[in-house]
Each structure stands twice: as structure tokens, then as C-alpha cells.
Design a protein around this ligand. Structure first.
Ligand SMILES: Nc1ncnc2c1ncn2[C@@H]1O[C@H](COP(=O)(O)OP(=O)(O)OP(=O)(O)O)[C@@H](O)[C@H]1O
Ligand SMILES: [Mg+2]
Length: 291
């Protein structure tokens, strides 16, 4: 098969692993920067021009679209879809998953447990907002945050007020969330491929840190998920129509609570922690599903 990985960076661990496993299985793998593609729209003849050629020979694509290039990246993915090329994740599903609020709305409808969350446009009545999630301490999160940046633990009502004021002043949209203290600075990441959990790790924040992000100094260990945790991960993937994704959960007294679903999960942390060959699982998923 001719498989294209849509990625801006050929030096990333995840990209390299996909190339390596794809080639091992006899495929021709190309890494293409979606921002260097021209989308050509014409009646019944959608095409993509890249460097000096038309990408009309591609059998399948693996989008690895960064959040900063969602708009154009997804336009390229959609163009491949119009050309009948199999994609490991659809452009619609990527776009949906990038909007945290929209994803939460869908996931709650699908019956998936999550920390109680309020989104308000008008956060002057902080007392009321906090009362919706059971009062301080609360977590305040920038809607556009990532890697733990923009996630604040406000221990008191006054602290929450100051943070919300600051975010408001910067015109940054934030959500207020119940603080799950019993998670003790840890979270779970389940890697889903083809709708099934193929690996899972527990990430623990460094001493005194409530955020477990590896980028914030957290560490990861392989973990065996409970039946309920497996179910949440698979249901979340199905609700967001993401056959491949990373599902993050907190362990709480009332069971697993969903934090986030990532449509471009990194492979380094999870392969390192679990010793599993996730890249190969992704390639074989494509082999099975390409029409
Ligand atoms: N409601 C909460 N209660 C307790 N801990 C939380 C809560 N929300 C987040 N955390 C901790 O903070 C970390 C970062 O939060 P989150 O994953 O929501 O944001 P992010 O990592 O910055 O964004 P993204 O995951 O979208 O890249 C989580 O991994 C978790 O350890
Ligand atoms: Mg996170």
C-alpha cells in the first residue's frame, strides 16, 4: 500500500515509529507536510498537488495534525476523503475532538462519567459558578490549553475569582471543573486502536503537582485497566467516532471520570511505559479497514 503520514515534522518519535512499522510490513510510507499541499477543487476531479506531483496514488493516510494547523490540515484530510482515500481518522472527527466543550457535550450525552464542569460566558457571579461544581477547591482550565499549561487549581473562592478575572481580561475562554482530589495527581491514558484498548498507562505528577502531564515532569507506568475503565475508553472513542485515540481518565470514588480524548495521541510515552508495539497496531488497523 502507499500510505501517507500527514505530519509537519519527520523527526517526531510517533512519525518515525509509524514509518518504521509500515515499511516492515512492506508498505511504501511517505511523510508529507499538509501545509505544503495545494488542494485542487474541480468538478468530480478533486486532487492534491504536493511539491512537483499529484498525490493520486495514495491508498491510505494517517493524519497527525497538530492543534495549531487544524484548519488547513483538516482541509487536506477532507480532500483525501473526497478522493476516496482511506483515512485512519476523519477530518470531521478531528475537528470535533479539538473543541473540548463540544466533545464534553457529546460525551455526557453518551452517558460517560466526567468531572462536573461549568462553562460560562459571564463569570462575574463566581459564587454561583462555583456552587454548580460544589464550591472550592476547583480546577479552572483554558479551553485552548494543552500539556498542562492553562490548568489551574484554585483552592479558595478568592483564588478562583482572581483566576477567572485574569482569564476574562485576556479574553481567554475557560471552564470550571470539580476538583477530583482522590486522583492524587495521577491520571490514566488508554490508547485505543480500532475501537479497542491496546495499551494503558498511569501518569503520576511529580511531588506536590496535581497535574500528571509528562511535559510537567510526571512519570508513566504500565497499568491494567478495570472493566469499567476499559468501557469508558471504548465508549468515548465510539462517541467521538475516533477509531484511534488517546483517552484520559481520572480515578475517582465514583469510578473513572473522563478528562479528554486526543485524536493525535503521541506514541512515545505509551510505547515506553507499556513495551507494546502501538505503531504496528495502527498499521494493521489500516490494512484491515482500507476498502
Ligand atoms: N478536575 C480535575 N481534578 C483533578 N485533577 C485534574 C482535573 N483536571 C485535570 N487534572 C490534572 O491536570 C492534568 C492536566 O489537565 P488536562 O489534561 O485537562 O489538560 P491539558 O493536559 O493541559 O490539556 P490536554 O489534555 O487537552 O492536552 C490532568 O492530566 C490531571 O492530572
Ligand atoms: Mg491532558
Amino acid at each position: 500500500m502507499n500510505i501517507v503520514i500527514l505530519s509537519r515534522n519527520t523527526n517526531l518519535y510517533s512519525t518515525n515509529r509509524l514509518v518504521e512499522e509500515g515499511e516492515k510490513r512492506g508498505h511504501l510510507i511517505e511523510v508529507i507536510d499538509p501545509l505544503k499541499c495545494d488542494i485542487i477543487i474541480e468538478k468530480e476531479k478533486p486532487t492534491i498537488y504536493y511539491k512537483d506531483r499529484y498525490l493520486d496514488y495514495v491508498d491510505a493516510i494517517i493524519p497527525r495534525i497538530g492543534t495549531s494547523v487544524t484548519f488547513f490540515g483538516c482541509a487536506v484530510v477532507r480532500q483525501f476523503e473526497m478522493m476516496g482515500v482511506f483515512t485512519s481518522v476523519t477530518s470531521d472527527a478531528i475537528i470535533r475532538s479539538r473543541d473540548k466543550l463540544r466533545s464534553f457535550q457529546r460525551l455526557s450525552k453518551a452517558g460517560i462519567g466526567m468531572p462536573k464542569t461549568v462553562f460560562t460566558n459571564y463569570s462575574r457571579d463566581v459564587e454561583k459558578v462555583l456552587s454548580h461544581v460544589g464550591g472550592a477547591p476547583v480546577i479552572i482550565k483554558l479551553l485552548e490549553g494543552t500539556q498542562g499549561l492553562g490548568v489551574v487549581l484554585a483552592e479558595t473562592k478568592n483564588a478562583a475569582e482572581s483566576v477567572l478575572e485574569a482569564f476574562n481580561g485576556l479574553q481567554a475562554r475557560a471552564l470550571v471543573q470539580e476538583y477530583i482530589s482522590e486522583a492524587k495527581g495521577a491520571d490514566l491514558r488508554a490508547l485505543v486502536v480500532d475501537g479497542q484498548v491496546v495499551g494503558a498507562m498511569k501518569r503520576q505528577g511529580k511531588e506536590g503537582e496535581f497535574r500528571s502531564n509528562l511535559h510537567r515532569g510526571g512519570s508513566a507506568q504500565i497499568v491494567k485497566l478495570s472493566h469499567e475503565e476499559l468501557k469508558v475508553a471504548m465508549n468515548a472513542a465510539r462517541a467521538l467516532k475516533l477509531p484511534i485515540c488517546g483517552v484520559d481518565m481520572l480515578q475517582s470514588e465514583r469510578g473513572p471520570l473522563l478528562l479528554e480524548v486526543n485524536s493525535t495521541p503521541g506514541l512515545e510515552g505509551i510505547e515506553g511505559a507499556t513495551g507494546k508495539n502501538i505503531a504496528k497496531a495502527i498499521i494493521t488497523f489500516i490494512e484491515r479497514n482500507r476498502k
